[in-house]
Design a protein around this ligand. Structure first.
Ligand SMILES: *Cc1c(COP(=O)(O)O)cnc(C)c1O
Length: 379
């Protein structure tokens, strides 16, 4: 029997985010196979891209994942509570004074400047304990990491490198989702050059899209995020299995006369008698205002019982109005659920409609939605 999350919904729930942990595990296995021979870590920053870090970590650990990357220390604490033995890296690094917190939770900072390395080395010397950390190079993105010159300086200070335990050399690709982009090869070369200056150490370069650039980009450890959660890693590449489904409840259905208008700003007037369903979800739930409709411009489309229900008028903070004139009344009624992301519309498609990327859509999704996890019993 197919599990129906709606049956598991709290009667008071107005929106539902269903997360398929079996699909998450399957995606992890696919990416691991794609990078055979390398360790496959998981990037679970921003609450596992909105899906729920704790549940994601438990599921991925069952699949054999042992290394996690988060953005902040607070995120690392959540992961540590769910995975006692895991290796955890904090991408945003370390500030002087935060050493004891990192040491206590056995969390590793990703160090991205000589100054940061000096702070970490000083902390380790103080404790007389060479604690592990990753070193990040900037190989062409100009965002975070040591540029070539700084790596040279570091290489000239072996005592600095001896005060802690460099565990991973890493860098991040700016254009991995465009396989033909010349910056990919340029960054790869720059990465090799930086590595060559330092003592041998495990290396990591590829995010989701980087994994699909081929084995030369894999090194010892790959760091997928978005593709794990069902996002399309690169243009022209099929997404892996869908992980999330977002639904909202109809709170009212009513008939409106032709010539009247819908919503704030009276931006859309009705050219025919229209049945309108009002959904209990809005831009405060990550359904961006850019997805609304107005005169002469259609918005996004929700699905009710498999039937298309186009948005009418502007998106409000907590409400969305849909045109359900052509949908059987038995389907579009108060209390019924409308699918916003799911079988009919992917995260990437909806994001594209809103003029953004799936990453932003995923990480903006409602904290108000009731989260239901399925597939946790798998395998
Ligand atoms: C977010 C992030 C990743 C994961 O990227 P995806 O494109 O989501 O796979 C990997 N490495 C670093 C440094 C990141 O910031």
């Amino acid at each position: 029997m197919v599990f129906d999350p709606r049956k598991a919904a709290d009667p008071t729930a107005t929106s539902l985010l269903t997360i398929d942990l079996a699909a998450l595990r399957a995606n992890y296995a696919t990416l691991r196979d794609q990078a055979k021979g390398s360790e496959c870590a998981a990037v679970i920053k921003a609450n596992a891209y909105g899906t729920g870090a704790e549940q994601a970590v438990r599921a991925l650990s069952k699949e054999g994942c042992g290394t996690y990357f988060v953005a902040t220390f607070a995120e690392a604490e959540t992961i540590r509570a769910a995975a006692r033995e895991a290796t955890i890296y904090v991408l945003d690094g370390f500030f002087a004074g935060s050493g004891p917190a990192f040491a206590e939770k056995a969390v590793r900072p990703v160090l991205s400047s000589l100054a940061e390395i000096q702070d970490w080395a000083a902390f380790c010397r103080e404790r007389d304990q060479p604690l592990p950390a990753a070193l990040q190079f900037d190989t062409g993105m100009n965002r975070l990491g040591m540029p070539h010159g700084e790596v040279e300086q570091l290489a000239a200070e072996p005592e600095l490198l001896a005060s802690f335990a460099p565990a991973l050399l890493m860098s991040h690709l700016a254009c991995a989702d465009e396989p033909g982009h010349p910056l990919n090869e340029a960054q790869l070369k720059a990465f090799e050059a930086c590595r060559a200056m330092l003592p041998a150490c495990r290396a990591s370069f590829a995010n989701s899209a980087g994994i699909f650039l081929g084995a030369r980009y894999h090194f010892d450890l790959v760091r997928p995020g978005f593709a794990l959660y069902g996002g399309k890693a690169a243009e022209g590449r099929e997404a892996l299995r869908r992980v999330i489904r977002l639904e909202a409840r109809i709170v009212q259905v009513h008939d409106a006369r032709a010539g009247t208008s819908v919503g704030y700003g009276a931006d859309q007037s009705l050219s025919r008698p229209t049945r309108i369903a009002t959904l209990a979800i809005g831009y405060a739930d990550g359904i961006f205002r850019a997805l609304g409709a107005r005169e002469g411009q259609s918005g996004f489309t929700a699905y009710i019982g498999g039937h298309a229900a186009p948005a009418l008028g502007r998106i409000s903070m907590d409400l969305i109005t849909l045109d359900v004139t052509d949908i059987p009344e038995g389907l579009a009624h108060r209390g019924a659920w409308a699918e916003i992301i799911g079988e009919h519309v992917s995260v990437d498609d909806l994001a594209a409609r809103a003029g953004t990327i799936g990453y932003e859509m995923l990480t903006s999704l409602s904290s108000r939605a009731q989260r239901i996890y399925t597939g946790s019993e798998a395998r």
